[in-house]
Design a protein around this ligand. Sequence first.
Ligand code: SF4
Ligand code: SF4
Length: 291
Amino acid sequence: MIENSTIKIAVASGKGGTGKTLVSTNLFWAVQNAGIPITLVDCDAEEPNVAEFISGEILNNYPVSQKIPVIDTDTCVFCGKCFNYCNYNAIVYLPANHFIQVVEDLCHDCGACTVACKFGAITEKEKHLGTVQSMCMNSHAELIEARADVGIYSPVPVIKRAINSVNDQYLSIFDSPPGISCPFIATVENADFVVLVTEPTPFGLNDLKLSAETLQQLKKPFGVIVNRAGLGNREVYDWLIANKVPLLMEIPFDREIARIYSEGHLLVEEKPAYQLQFIELLKTIEKLVKR
Ligand code: SF4
Ligand code: SF4
């Protein structure tokens, strides 16, 4: 452990199904098993599944909502000030037609329009976006799940609330949403280090390059775990060497591992040799973060 410090690790992948949750749940289990304080945050808010592998006593479950402005067109004088104050193009304003409306999906809850309106035409309503639930596994291990409501425009506010609810444990792991869009960025921007999980196939390499480019733009240090090693070809390994990206770990292409995962079990419990491998993974990341 790095003394007097905390480490936040995001586990991500360019697409779903590459083994991201396999890595985050087993790393979590191995670390808590070693007595190290840890929190695992399931940031895949549109499809959280970490609780299928790890459970605990529910400590709390609270709603996440945002304020949405509501414009009373009878009071509005169509001065356009709120429209000019909105940096997110969330207000449709057609003064010639006496039409003004908030586009709820674009609203970022910044409150600028409400402040701008000097005619008392704007009130606010609450819009439910999802929930954040925390579960206690034992005295030093906690699981936090972000769960967005079906059909909401963006899960980002729910993900941010889940990440902000982490206590200062030594280690936090963020199980990131797949892809490289806003939910991924909202997750990795809070991390000290990102673990990208890929598979050694042309598709895996393509997604790895896209994820790596995004992380380089964000100036986030990262390393790679190759899952299903032995499948496909050597192109991913060649790319890692050429780009000086650390290979953190390999998990072999193995029917037994696939069975353990598909039955909702943990590799570190069923194959104890992996306990040591995941602790070694943490030590490798600690060294890379300390650099
Ligand atoms: S709260 Fe902010 S983002 Fe939403 S409509 Fe008003 S100014 Fe635009
Ligand atoms: S600032 Fe108020 S009065 Fe002016 S257009 Fe917006 S809602 Fe209407």
